[in-house]
Design a protein around this ligand. Structure first.
Ligand code: COA
Ligand code: ZN
Length: 301
């Protein structure tokens, strides 16, 4: 694998499909994930282990994990909201788990039906399960609604810092800040990255940005300037949390890669192959709006 300056985790198969209008078949998911891996993405979040009655699009995640694990050179990630989700993920063979923990109490209740304090306690249980797995699994936590929440409104920075510190104390080594509803602005990204880093140091690893208000790329640069080197994004800018009113797509992977590469930062991703993967998406999810500046520019050229 080539050297990279930034690591991009493609979250379309999870964040994108959980909020899509149509349902992608398991076979198409696997075909799409294979194309994303072939484009050189180092990490792909392929699904979540949540209640299938609440998020039917994620009901086949175990099958998707089994197939994705056979693809070489890519790290497969899944989202788990609680202990039961972690047990299902580990049984399916997943070895990198992301746990969403909301900084907003209102979003925490709506999304995972827990208070943030209960969510931290679940994380501790999930860490223990992951440590005991054979081979052991990695656990990262994404702090959802870290920059604001449509249900609660403002999310005080102090709440985010305290939550990050509680997670670090519970033993979490990898923490990300998620702008679930796209409220962040670049100055806020810089401020919060600094504040959280003052609390948990290098355990703050990544940013998960949504482009709801068109600030996704600007926020990514702000994070980059503060030393963040890991970013989540979604092909064609799909995405959004079904339990956060007004949530829309992630920053588009192809635009993020394009911008970083033009800035001289190596992503290890092949843009032509990445763009080609949009065709699978268009075919497998007919009618779903596909976003992204690069695709438009290339079409016009
Ligand atoms: N996967 C599948 N089933 C689960 C589960 C999981 N991760 N967690 C709990 N369940 C089942 C339980 O076994 C129980 O089933 P039973 O009634 O047949 O015994 C039932 O769900 C209720 O269990 P409980 O622990 O009370 O969970 P809950 O109903 O409070 O649900 C979540 C909690 C987090 C699983 C649920 O709110 C959820 O799936 N949310 C989706 C979050 C999401 O995808 N958000 C977007 C990405 S951040
Ligand atoms: Zn998201």
């Amino acid at each position: 694998m080539s050297e990279r300056d930034v690591t991009i985790c493609e979250v379309g198969p999870r964040d994108g499909l959980q909020n899509a209008r149509g349902r992608m078949t398991t076979a198409d998911k696997i075909r799409w994930i294979a194309a994303l891996a072939e484009a050189g993405l180092p990490e792909i979040e392929v699904g979540s282990f949540v209640r299938p009655d609440l998020v039917p699009a994620m009901a086949d995640t175990a099958e998707v994990v089994a197939a994705a694990k056979r693809i070489e050179g890519v790290s497969i990630v899944v989202l788990v909201p609680n202990r039961k989700g972690a047990e299902r993920a580990l049984a399916a063979g997943a070895r990198k788990l992301t746990v969403p923990v909301s900084a907003s109490r209102a979003h925490s209740r709506a999304n995972i039906r827990m208070e943030p304090e209960q969510a931290v306690a679940q994380v501790a249980e999930i860490l223990a399960l992951a440590r005991d797995a054979d081979p052991p699994a990695e656990v990262a936590v994404g702090i959802s609604t870290a920059f604001g929440c449509t249900l609660q409104g403002t999310v005080p920075e102090g709440d985010v810092v305290r939550l990050a510190e509680a997670l670090a104390e519970a033993g979490v080594e990898e923490i990300g800040l998620a702008d679930t509803v796209g409220h962040a602005n670049p100055a806020q990204v810089k401020r919060l990255v600094r504040a959280v880093r003052a609390g948990v140091g290098e355990r703050l690893v990544g940013l998960h940005l949504h482009d709801t208000r068109g600030r996704g790329l600007a926020n990514a640069v702000a994070g980059l300037e503060e030393g963040i080197r890991a970013f989540d994004s979604s092909l064609a800018g799909l995405g959004g949390c079904p339990f956060a009113p007004g949530a829309s797509g992630n920053v588009a992977t192809e635009d993020l890669v394009w911008m970083f590469e033009d800035m001289g930062l190596r992503t290890g991703v092949d843009l032509d192959r990445l763009l080609a993967a949009r065709a699978i998406l268009a075919e497998a999810l007919p009618g779903e709006p596909l976003h992204g500046h690069l695709a438009r520019v290339r079409c016009a050229a």
